[in-house]
Design a protein around this ligand. Structure first.
Ligand code: SF4
Length: 76
C-alpha cells in the first residue's frame, strides 16, 4: 500500500502528523509524505507517493479517515 497527499486540498491543521509522525510532516502549513530518505517529499501530489510500512498502516488509515481535507490517498 502507498500513500500520497493532494496538497491543494490540505487545510494545514496537522492532524495527520499528530496521528502518524513517521509518515506525515508539515512544511509551511502543508502536509507532505515522508520519503524513504526520511525527508518530506516536497514535490507533493501523486508523484510523491511512499510505500506504507506494515507497522504504520493502521495509523495512516486513521489519519486518512480523520483528515478534514479528505486529501490523504491510499492505493495498493
Ligand atoms: S490531516 Fe489532511 S488536511 Fe490536515 S494537515 Fe494532514 S493532509 Fe492536511
Amino acid at each position: 500500500m502507498n500513500v500520497w497527499i493532494d496538497q491543494d486540498l490540505c487545510t494545514g491543521d496537522g492532524l495527520c502528523e499528530e496521528i502518524c509522525p513517521p509518515v506525515f510532516h508539515l512544511v509551511d502549513s502543508l502536509s507532505y509524505v515522508i520519503g524513504p530518505n526520511g525527508q518530506p517529499m516536497m514535490a507533493g501530489g501523486p508523484n510523491s507517493c511512499a510505500e506504507i510500512a506494515p507497522a504504520m498502516l493502521d495509523a495512516v488509515l486513521d489519519a486518512a479517515e480523520e483528515c478534514p481535507g479528505e486529501c490523504i490517498f491510499i492505493e495498493s
